[in-house]
Design a protein around this ligand. Structure first.
Ligand SMILES: NC(=O)c1ccc[n+]([C@@H]2O[C@H](COP(=O)([O-])OP(=O)(O)OC[C@H]3O[C@@H](n4cnc5c(N)ncnc54)[C@H](OP(=O)(O)O)[C@@H]3O)[C@@H](O)[C@H]2O)c1
Length: 291
């Protein structure tokens, strides 16, 4: 399987996102705990060495499952987390963006995953519509400075940024030496192409979230797209594999972290490393699937 770098670390391009492991709405315990543990163990058996997580998935659920399933970790496993958010008792997603909250977010991850250092941690910014009315986030400069301090203390190998505009990515490249960007992007949502271009030019990993259109209602699902389904049928693969193979073919610096709680879906997603799209397939997807 192809690899790409996260600063000093190298990972296989097909990784795993742990957000689908907790209960519905990424809140509370998993529907099937044994299966969640089995999915994590199988991912590693199949060669996955990059797992994306967050303390606030559950909260506390994804990280505890990862530790229970996989600790002591294989030497090459890169655990990537994110800070900047928290959950309340109802499962609402709230900002936790002050430098102090970022620091305690990293420390919570270190404790729950039982590691001395995280492979990378994304500073998860909040889009304006995600902030409570009237609330302003702390200055980006101050947030990045805290992430850099955490890296200098050895708690994080690399700093990343998530849900960031091109301007914010530029600032993070210039002042924090980031190793990755995690923004939403898929065959059906290519709004972030300018950031992807910037990452490629700078040699940074671009890790799209919602690569299949997410589990949240109201967002177009890649596996349900008619053109994707037609190409999949012709190639004898699944529609999800077509969507993921398109991302792998699109740019060499794209790393995949599809999220699933299903063993069958996990196996399909990892096998995407062997799915080859022809130039004609790509043209058909790019002209047809996005309308
Ligand atoms: N930085 C951020 O703010 C942020 C935000 C969101 C997500 N993330 C990260 O990005 C990762 C990926 O995003 P995501 O999990 O939200 O969305 P996603 O990977 O686009 O889609 C997940 C959905 O696709 C389904 N699925 C997965 N594999 C499939 C397959 N082979 N065939 C059919 N359906 C399939 C899953 O259902 P099943 O469980 O039934 O397979 C789930 O409903 C997350 O796990 C998380 O680590 C980061």
């Amino acid at each position: 399987m192809d690899t790409y770098t996260f600063g000093p670390l190298t990972v296989r391009r097909v990784g795993f996102g742990a957000m689908q492991l907790p209960g519905r709405g990424v809140f509370g315990p998993p529907r099937d705990r044994d299966q969640a543990l089995a999915v994590l163990r199988r991912a590693v058996e199949l060669g996955v060495n990059h797992i994306d997580t967050a303390q606030y998935y559950g909260p506390d659920v994804s990280n505890e499952l990862i530790r229970e399933a996989l600790h002591p970790y294989p030497d090459d496993l890169v655990l990537v987390s994110k800070v900047g958010g928290r959950r309340d008792d109802t499962g609402a997603w709230l900002p936790a963006q002050t430098p102090r909250e970022l620091r305690s977010g990293v420390e919570d991850n270190l404790r729950s995953l039982k590691v001395e250092q995280l492979g990378a941690v994304n500073l998860r910014l909040m889009a304006e519509h995600e902030l409570p009315p009237g609330e302003q986030p702390p200055a980006l400069e101050d947030q990045l400075a805290e992430m850099v301090a955490l890296r200098e203390e050895g708690k994080i190998a690399g700093v990343g940024i998530s849900t960031a505009s091109l301007e914010q990515v530029d600032q993070a490249i210039d002042t924090a030496g980031i190793v990755c960007v995690q923004n939403p992007f898929s065959l059906l949502d290519q709004h972030d192409s300018a950031v992807l271009d910037r990452c490629q030019e700078a040699g940074l990993a671009y890790v799209p979230y919602f690569p299949l259109g997410s589990a949240f209602p109201g967002m177009p699902k890649v596996p349900e797209n008619g053109v994707v389904q037609r190409v999949a049928e012709r190639l004898g693969v699944t529609p999800a594999q077509v969507g993921l193979a398109w991302l792998l073919a699109h740019r060499e610096n794209i790393l995949l972290i599809p999220g699933t709680s299903s063993l069958a879906h996990l196996e399909q997603n990892v096998a995407v490393a062997g799915v080859v799209l022809s130039d004609d397939d790509i043209v058909e997807l790019e002209t047809g699937a996005v309308g």
